[in-house]
Design a binder for this molecule. Structure first.
Ligand code: CMP
Length: 227
């Protein structure tokens, strides 16, 4: 199938590369299609390549011994994953599954390492992305150490607002929230608690619920109240 490589331009780690370099990347990578709910890579596998999301959405999860899922992150178009095991040489740190039918662009380990060796701009952008993820992980550690559900769930909403929200006049619109079951796995609570707490936020005037979407009415105030 003929694919359009335009999306490579919008991948933050490639933002400083010119057309020629993007063309080169387009030639070394291959596309892989994944159906909704299929696993892209398993925790503990060897890391053979870096994935870029050309279309769709994935979740990054780890599972406890009794099978409970904790969602570490939800990644979208132009996001990358699979870099950790390439960089440190250990096995995959988490399981990644498609949450929508997805088109992924796969760059083999050696090609990606070659790219890093030859392009300092890509290395710096990569460090920025890893730093952003570390900040998000720090925020999550803090949230999980909080005792009350409101704090945990507010932290997940703030994370989603930063990742997929559209900000306008101090309000943040999240058009399509993940399923409540998935939000629960991100926050470390139950689905029932998510439903109850979202309504508490609405009653307190922090959010408006709108079908599968949500609006945070005063984003700064919401952050002040819960972070
Ligand atoms: P890797 O360990 O090769 O395979 C699993 C991938 O999930 C990992 O690389 C990262 O790309 C991604 N990943 C793991 N933990 C997180 C996290 N906390 N936030 C975002 N992405 C993550």
């Amino acid at each position: 199938m003929e694919r359009n490589n335009e999306f490579l331009k919008y991948v933050p780690i490639f933002s400083d590369l010119g057309e020629d370099q993007l063309d080169k990347i387009a030639r070394v990578g291959v596309y892989r299609s994944f159906k909704k709910d299929s696993v892209v890579l398993f925790e503990h596998e060897d890391g053979a390549g870096l994935f870029i999301i050309a279309k769709g959405k994935v979740k990054v999860s780890r599972y406890s011994d009794d099978g409970r899922e904790v969602i570490l992150a939800v990644l979208h178009e132009s996001d990358i994953f699979g870099e950790m095991s390439i960089l440190d040489g250990y096995s995959r740190s988490a399981t990644v599954s498609a949450t929508e039918d997805s088109e992924l662009f796969l760059i083999k380990r050696d090609d990606f390492l070659g790219l890093l060796k030859n392009h300092h701009d890509v290395v710096i952008s990569m460090l920025q992305e890893l730093t952003r993820r570390l900040r998000a992980a720090d925020m999550k550690i803090k949230a999980l150490s909080m005792k009350d559900a409101e704090g945990k769930i507010a932290t997940v909403l703030i994370q989603l607002a930063d990742e997929i929200g559209k900000i306008k006049h101090g309000q943040v619109e999240i058009e399509k929230l993940p399923y409540q079951h998935d939000i629960a796995n991100m926050a470390g609570t139950s689905r029932e608690t998510i439903s109850r707490t979202l309504h508490t936020f609405a009653k307190k005037g922090f959010v408006e619920l709108d079908g599968s979407g949500l609006r945070i009415l005063n984003y700064e105030k919401f952050k002040e109240a819960y972070i």
